[in-house]
Design a protein around this ligand. Structure first.
Ligand code: HEM
Length: 129
């Protein structure tokens, strides 16, 4: 059983910040993800989405807005998920060597996903395609 939902269990500024970050990012993600779902799945409709639809959205007149929107969602979801996974690793993987190895793999994975995601979104800005 964890007491994390009630109070930060580890001490230190970083752990306090990480506890707040989980709450704030969760709240922001609710709005970002629900709007994303309604817009992409109901307004545009899944059957109408093609590679062109997405590229036009990023490179059109409101391209800056959609790029910022998607990058924010990418950052928050990845960092929220990674921080949560770090908690799970610390809770369940006690041997220091395994604990560190898993966290290094996790951080590398998140870093690579962030780079791939950001460079994909920014590649299709106005004038590039
Ligand atoms: C609307 C979207 C989301 C909401 C509202 C949300 C909410 C939360 C909250 C409030 C916590 C803290 C729980 C605690 O302190 O015990 C949490 C933990 C966590 N979240 Fe999210 N989350 C969302 C999206 C995601 C996504 C996209 C991922 C994965 C990529 C993720 C993975 C995790 C993990 C692994 C934990 C840690 C669980 C644990 O400590 O046992 N969440 N989430």
């Amino acid at each position: 059983m964890t007491t994390r939902s009630l109070t930060p269990v580890k001490s230190g500024n970083f752990e306090t910040f990480s506890w707040f970050f989980m709450r704030v990012s969760a709240l922001l993600l609710i709005f970002l993800v629900v709007f994303h779902l309604l817009y992409m799945h109901i307004v545009i409709r899944v059957e109408n989405i093609t590679f062109r639809t997405i590229v036009d959205r990023w490179s059109g007149p409101l391209g800056w807005f959609w790029s910022l929107y998607d990058i924010t969602m990418l950052f928050l979801a990845l960092l929220h998920g990674a921080n949560g996974a770090r908690w799970v690793i610390d809770d369940y993987i006690r041997p220091p060597a395994w604990n560190t190895t898993l966290k290094v793999v996790l951080y590398l994975f998140v870093f690579i996903m962030l780079i791939i995601g950001i460079q994909t979104i920014l590649r299709f800005q106005a004038g590039v395609m």
